[in-house]
Ligand binder design. Structure first.
Ligand code: NDP
Length: 300
């Protein structure tokens, strides 16, 4: 039987709608407008597209969007000074430094200079520690989006076997922590994992965050399992015309969809949820900063 398609585009629109409702209530009841500052250093074309789209959606849900575009040669000192200024600006509730940064800048140092309460990407070492110890934190957007989709599809995840393929700090590790927090039995697989297909075959939930096009095959999937495909890989698509490309995930969609119970497509699965969760995190950060109740359903 063909898998249920988990429609991330539709789900993300729902999350943005919820965020917009909370923003409207914050304005009407408390005279507060959440503000998100995005800092972009350099002119990486992909980063520019992301930043534009983040800014557009921030405004669409009624929040203030501030973009700081800095020269590629910006010094570490100047970047840290800018972050310091945003840290103390009461109109700014979320700060995102677009990664990757140019090579002369120390990414860890920069991220850890953000006020953890405004760290809407959830990459600050304090937030990593809070998440790892099951305390209230800012949760990285992509894994948060995956968790929301899984909870929405399954209800409780308690007792399920989950395999996360990939151990990066931005996706794999926080994803595993979140699944553990929801009482899954979690295995983290990576490039040194022995017999990966066999490991994946045990899972009720498979999260693929590898960066290898169509690597996870249908015969790795336990019948009825849920496949969350985080991968975004661009392949040449000469059939669409010269120089054209197409996006594929880390799972081979056609073969996995034949066996899985549910699957996220690429594009239109996890991708749209990432920005929606950034907006959700900004609303959460704003509520926390003002001592207000956190929006339900928008946090882990
Ligand atoms: P990284 O490159 O940081 O991590 C990839 C992970 O995959 C590593 O842990 C690596 O293992 C593991 N891996 C590599 N090859 C294999 C293999 N053959 N078998 C098993 N594991 C393997 O990637 P990210 O976590 O940043 O991103 C993963 C994917 O998700 C990418 O396609 C990226 O574009 C996408 N992405 C999508 C987002 C979205 O919004 N939808 C957001 C962020 C990322 P090891 O540690 O041993 O090297």
């Amino acid at each position: 039987m063909a898998a249920t398609v988990i429609d991330g585009k539709e789900f993300a629109a729902r999350v943005r709608g919820q965020a917009a409702e909370h923003v409207a209530a914050l304005k009407a009841n408390h005279g507060i407008t959440p503000g998100l500052a995005v800092v972009l250093v350099g002119e990486d074309p992909a980063s520019q597209v992301y930043v534009r789209s983040k800014g557009k959606m921030t405004v669409e849900v009624g929040m203030n969007s501030v973009e700081h575009k800095l020269d590629v040669n910006t010094s570490q000192e100047d970047l840290l000074a800018m972050i310091d200024q945003l840290n103390t600006d009461p109109a700014i509730h979320g700060i995102l430094v677009q990664l990757p940064l140019p090579g002369h800048l120390n990414e860890d140092l920069v991220i850890n200079s953000i006020d953890p309460a405004k760290d809407v990407d959830g990459f600050h070492i304090s937030n990593v520690g809070l998440l790892g110890t099951g305390q209230k934190s800012m949760v990285p957007c992509t894994p948060l989006g995956c968790l929301m989709m899984l909870r929405d599809h399954h209800g409780s995840l308690s007792g399920m076997d989950a395999v996360v393929i990939g151990r990066s700090n931005i996706v794999g590790k926080p994803m595993a922590q979140l699944l553990l927090g929801d009482s899954c039995t979690v295995t983290i697989a990576h490039s040194r994992t022995k017999d990966l297909p066999d490991v994946v075959r045990r899972a009720d939930i498979v999260v693929a965050a590898v960066g290898r096009p169509e690597m996870v095959l249908g015969d790795w999937i336990k019948p009825g399992a849920t496949v969350i495909d985080v991968g975004i890989n661009r392949l040449d698509a000469p059939e669409k015309g010269a120089g054209k490309t197409r996006l594929v995930g880390d799972a081979d969609y056609a073969s996995c969809a034949e066996v899985a119970g549910a699957i996220t497509p690429v594009p239109g699965g996890v991708g749209p949820m990432t920005i929606a969760c950034l907006l959700a995190n900004t609303v959460t950060a704003c509520c926390r900063a003002n001592g207000l109740a956190e929006p339900e359903g928008l946090t882990a």
